[in-house]
Ligand binder design. Structure first.
Ligand code: 9Z3
Length: 345
């Protein structure tokens, strides 16, 4: 690469115009109520595979009927602009938080339903699947055979054993989605599936969910055509209903529910997280900033001062996952939640 060409600023894909930007200081959208739920789910069809996916999940829940089960959502959601989709709107999330957290939940004895964006990072394989962690770099050739480079043997053996244990003990159910609509239908159906577990069910909603979408009745069937001479493409997106309150009240009563709040402006992170907690009346909002999400998060809970979890510089240098601190703190709270609800385990 020519070193005289300045590299583009990171993460900023367009300078944009201030007056067109989403104003993150305005209050959150109001939560969805029953009529919004009907409007959305009656008018945006479920994915064809939903029924068979849910029957697999029912089996999994039956198998773990006496255990703690966490539903981890992970990765970004896409917003198709055409029904036969060539173009879509997406977001940055690679699913690192979700995939890493799932590993630590498994380590703490949870069964995990991993509802993830297809092709985003997966528990265990994430160590070797990222473009900066290409699996081929962990291999070498010896006597005409492919073997793991000795310097990675120990770590890979440990990851492999954990992965195989999770498989053998049927502790990990991988369920993919791609679009925001698939995500919402699946989340609702899974919530109902988890109801028999009552307080032993935990929701850990780490997926980066789109705020805007094109409803089914407005989506063009075929690829949007560009006209000769070039015309502007104007998009008209509806807000995605905020179903968290429905989830808390109706879809998963009794379960412990944790959502994430993502911001880029540190001055509004705490207030936005507190607003979300009050608006949806669940148990915990984990606030994080895009820029520092791998090294610090803040727990916002009812009647409690904000609680920060931060990696020390030494932990950061040693490559410690912040999720290794987040998950034990959650497990402690989930234990209290279960006890207070009068259940055991
Ligand atoms: C998060 O905040 C996650 O921690 C990240 C993880 C998406 C930042 P990565 O995949 O990133 O590890 O790179 N998730 C929730 C984001 C979200 O959409 N929250 C909604 C909001 O902020 C509320 S449900 O409005």
């Amino acid at each position: 690469m020519d070193s005289h060409i300045p590299s583009p600023p990171t993460r900023r894909l367009s300078t944009g115009e201030r007056e067109n930007a989403i104003d993150r200081t305005i209050p959150l959208f109001p939560p969805a109520v029953e009529i919004d739920e009907h409007n959305y789910f009656d008018n945006n069809d479920p994915p064809e595979y939903l029924e068979s996916m849910i029957s697999g999940a029912q089996e999994f829940v039956k198998f773990h009927k006496n255990n703690r089960v966490v539903l981890v959502t992970s990765g970004g959601t896409t917003v198709p602009l055409e029904n036969q989709t060539v173009r879509f709107i997406d977001n940055f999330s690679a699913g690192t938080r979700g995939a890493t957290s799932a590993e630590y939940f498994l380590e703490h004895g949870y069964a995990v339903i991993f509802l993830h964006r297809q092709f985003s990072l997966l528990p265990y394989s994430r160590h070797y699947s990222h473009s900066t962690n290409c699996f081929l770099d962990f291999m070498e050739e010896k006597n005409g055979k492919v073997v793991v480079d000795p310097k990675y043997q120990e770590e890979m053996l440990s990851v492999l054993r954990q992965y195989q244990t999770a498989k053998e003990k049927n502790l990990l159910l991988l369920l993919p989605f791609t679009t925001i609509n698939q995500y919402l239908h699946t989340l609702r159906a899974l919530s109902v599936t988890l109801q028999p577990l009552k307080s032993r069910a935990l929701f850990y909603l780490a997926a980066a969910v789109s705020d805007f979408f094109v409803p089914l009745h407005r989506i063009p069937e075929h690829k949007i055509q560009s006209k000769a001479g070039g015309s502007k493409l104007l998009m008209n997106l509806d807000p995605v209903p905020k179903f968290l309150h429905r989830l808390v009240e109706k879809w998963a009563p009794g379960a412990m529910i944790i959502s994430f709040k993502l911001e880029t402006d540190s001055s509004i992170l705490l207030s936005k997280s507190r607003q979300a907690l009050e608006r949806y009346s669940h148990q915990l909002v984990i606030g994080n900033l895009l820029q520092t999400r791998k090294t610090e998060v803040v727990f916002v809970e009812p009647d409690t001062p904000a609680y920060w979890i931060r990696l020390t510089p030494a932990q950061e240098a040693a490559g410690i996952d912040i999720e290794s601190l987040i998950i034990p703190a959650i497990v402690k709270r989930h234990t209290v939640w279960i006890k207070e609800s009068g259940s055991s385990v």
